[in-house]
Design a protein around this ligand. Structure first.
Ligand code: BTN
Length: 251
């Protein structure tokens, strides 16, 4: 197994993504994994903070160097598929994915976020040098641990299923699932990844609001394309391809 061959465990770190980035710059190999028990500056997507208290959750980042041209855009969808499958093997919970890679579980009040993935990449002279895939999963967090800003939108496996989970077992599952799905990506089996993502999707078929760098669009999420872009049907029937956005599910 290449993913996780080298593992670095930290008691506290600002962000496992930032740490993995600095290791990648020093030449650490493909598949190196950084895991921390707590983060002081956990990073979420769109510049948000990732709530990272000690001893309860999984905070990990993976260095990837073997990257095929043309498959980089599928990395985050692939990661969402790999992590979802790994969690569902240990925790009997119907996990769904909100585009592109929010991991969601349902509770009495609808779907809430149980995990997220933050991909960062470093280019040199137009070529991708390495990518860092950061994974955060709320495992044994209690409702009282959630800050007021996220209490309505976030949950944990513990809250959803009423029992604690062994973080080391989950970590092992994530690494082997990631290794398998990343193998598919390297073998060019994009369709398998896209198909599995579609079956896990919570977004497809929904009316959504996409907040992009260029503006806000509303429409129906029809599908994803071979690059993982969201195909949004606007009220004018025009199909817009969205590569990056903050997504709100409307109906
Ligand atoms: C999101 O906003 O959904 C992405 C959250 C990603 C959080 C993880 S925790 C481990 C890794 N290190 C970070 O600083 N962020 C990611």
């Amino acid at each position: 197994m290449e993913i996780g061959k080298e593992r670095i465990f930290l008691k506290t770190v600002d962000s496992t993504n930032s740490y993995a980035l600095s290791l990648a710059e020093k030449g650490y190999p493909h598949g190196t994994v950084v895991v921390a028990d707590a983060q002081t500056k956990g990073k979420g997507r769109h510049g948000r903070t990732w709530h990272s208290p000690r001893g309860k959750n999984i905070y990990m980042s993976i260095i990837l160097r073997k990257l095929l041209k043309g498959s980089v855009s599928l990395l985050t969808l692939m990661a969402a598929v790999a992590v979802s499958e790994a969690i569902m093997k240990k925790a009997p919970v119907p996990l769904r994915v909100k585009w592109p890679n929010d991991l969601m579980v349902s509770d009495d009040n609808g779907f809430k976020k149980v995990g997220g993935i933050l991909s960062e990449a470093r280019f040199s002279g137009g070529n991708l040098e390495f990518a860092i895939i950061g994974i955060g999963i709320n495992v044994n967090l209690l409702r009282d641990d959630l800050s007021p800003e996220i209490v309505d939108s976030a949950t944990s496996l513990r809250i959803a299923l009423g029992k604690d989970f062994d973080r080391n077992e989950l970590l092992e599952n994530i690494l082997s699932s990631f290794d398998r799905w990343y193998g598919f990506l390297l073998e060019g089996k994009k369709r398998e990844i896209l198909q599995r993502w579609r079956t896990l999707s919570l977004t497809l078929g929904k009316e959504v609001k996409a907040i992009t760098g260029e503006g806000v669009l509303e429409g129906v999420a029809m599908d994803i394309d071979e690059e993982g872009r969201l195909l949004l049907r606007l009220p004018s029937d025009k199909i817009e391809k969205i590569s990056a956005a903050d997504l709100v599910h409307l109906r």
